[in-house]
Write a protein that binds this ligand. Structure first.
Ligand code: ADP
Length: 453
């Protein structure tokens, strides 16, 4: 296994070496070709110049002698080639000895093949007719002087130096770039390891301008928050359940012990009291069972047309007695002449409204007020149930839809199970509807449901 930094550096380095090598080969080939072309051109010009020179000599003397143009010999010797002068019948006028230039080593062959002496004949023209030939011979097709060779060498050295320099720059850049990736990724992965070890408070604040890493970072942080939240809920759930179980069990145990010791009499009244506790205990198990059913992924809904206005008014009617008992005033607001139909499960939606209305009544004081509103927007239908009850504290508000969660105030004073709102949320999720709550302690609460129509 490699670290991301090492892997990235290796990839960048290999790519740059390849790119540098290819560039070097390409540049070298191009320069060589151009240089060779240039040298061949130069040699052709040299040949033309020699022919012109002999033309001038003939123009001046009108004949060939053993001295004609022999001044050229020195230049030819210095430049490593041989000149032979022939007359118009290709008879020798004078010639240089090829052996004189053979052993000189400050000249190199362009093609690297020296040693084979080759000659080329060039006609010398005067007044439109050939008056002689100049034969130019050398030990290679194109010759390079020591300066030419040095020039080529220095270009190659330049290419190698630029490759080395660019590789050093690439190594520095690749270390920097790979650090930009590796540091935040390492940081995020450290946090994920801590989270998996149960340290749910770990978060990362690492700075990055890479979109994907930023997303990864924020999702790891959100994951941490959720795990933390779930952990809190789990702990609370366990303490809630044990509290719920402990209370009836304590009552049973104390009473039974008192009966055994003869402190309280064993009579029907006492037994009915104890039976009530057993029933409470059973209710808790039933509630857990109901929740289990709702939370199983297999729960499905019957899809039928549901008229929300009718459903809501029938639930409100069912509650008239309970409302009267607590002298609660119910205001039922519904904008008439609108279509309040949605596709859903009437029974389950009825359960939602019952749970919300029963909470509104349960958590309202004597003489309170409850509003049930139904409105229709362009794309949604909104049901809101508002009460002037005890309200929900800010600390409880984020948790009230969680399993078995009961606000601290309601926990001891008001009977409940803590599953009503969990079921509400589960049913609404099955209907792709949302629920929001606003509440203030002592003033009341408003639950708002939004159905998409
Ligand atoms: P339960 O009512 O059985 O306790 P719920 O799941 O219905 O359980 O509600 C969870 C908690 O939310 C309640 O214990 C209570 O603290 C709070 N709650 C719900 N509805 C209201 C309301 N209308 N007014 C005040 N508190 C509420």
């Amino acid at each position: 296994m490699y670290s991301i930094r090492r892997k990235l550096s290796i990839i960048i380095l290999v790519c740059s070496i390849l790119a540098a090598l290819l560039t070097a080969i390409f540049v070298n080939m191009t320069i060589n070709n151009k240089f060779n072309e240039y040298m061949v051109n130069n040699q052709n010009k040299r040949n033309e110049r020699i022919v012109q020179y002999f033309q001038e000599v003939y123009k001046r003397d009108k004949k060939w002698t053993a001295d004609s143009g022999s001044e050229m010999k020195h230049e030819a010797y210095m430049s490593n080639y041989c000149i032979t002068l022939l007359d118009s019948n290709k008879k020798l006028v004078w010639m240089m000895d090829p052996n004189d230039v053979k052993e000189k080593d400050h000249f190199k062959a362009l093609d690297g093949k020296s040693g084979v002496f080759t000659t080329n004949d060039f006609p010398i023209n005067y007044n439109g007719s050939v008056v002689g030939y100049v034969q130019i011979g050398q030990y290679s097709s194109v010759l390079l002087s020591a300066e030419d060779v040095n020039f080529k060498l220095s270009i190659n050295k330049g290419i190698i130096a630029s490759i080395l320099l660019s590789l050093i720059i690439v190594i520095i850049i690749s270390l920097y770039i790979s650090k930009q990736f590796s540091v935040p990724i390492r940081e995020v992965s450290n946090v994920s390891v801590k989270l998996s070890n149960g340290n749910y408070n770990s978060r990362t604040n690492v700075d990055t301008d890479i979109l994907e890493i930023e997303k990864l970072k924020s999702s790891i942080n959100t994951l941490g928050e959720k795990l933390n939240h779930q952990d809190l809920l789990r702990k609370r759930l366990v303490s809630d359940i044990s509290h719920e179980i402990r209370t009836p069990l304590n009552i049973l145990q104390n009473n039974l012990e008192a009966m055994i010791d003869g402190i309280i009499p064993v009579n029907t009244e006492q037994l009915i009291g104890l039976n009530d506790e057993v029933i409470r205990f059973g209710k808790l198990l039933n509630n857990l069972n109901t929740l289990k059913k709702f939370e199983a992924e297999t729960v499905s809904i019957n899809k039928e047309e549901v008229l929300l206005d009718q459903l809501l008014s029938s639930v409100c009617d069912d509650y008239s007695i309970a409302l009267k008992e607590k002298n609660i005033d119910l205001v039922y607001n519904i904008r008439p002449d609108k279509d309040y139909s949605i596709i859903g499960d009437a029974d389950k939606l009825k359960q939602v409204f019952i749970n919300l209305l029963s909470n509104a009544v349960k958590f309202s004081n004597y003489g309170g007020k409850v509003w049930v509103n139904l409105t229709r927007g362009k794309e949604d239908i909104i049901v809101s149930i508002r009460d002037t009850g005890i309200g929900i504290s800010k600390e409880d508000l984020p948790f009230i839809f969680e399993r078995l969660y009961r606000g601290d105030k309601s926990r001891n004073k008001i009977e409940g199970s803590g599953i009503g709102l969990t079921i509400v949320k589960d049913i609404l999720t099955l209907h792709s509807a949302s629920i929001a709550v606003e509440s203030e302690v002592g003033k009341g609460s408003t639950f708002t449901i939004r159905f998409m129509s």
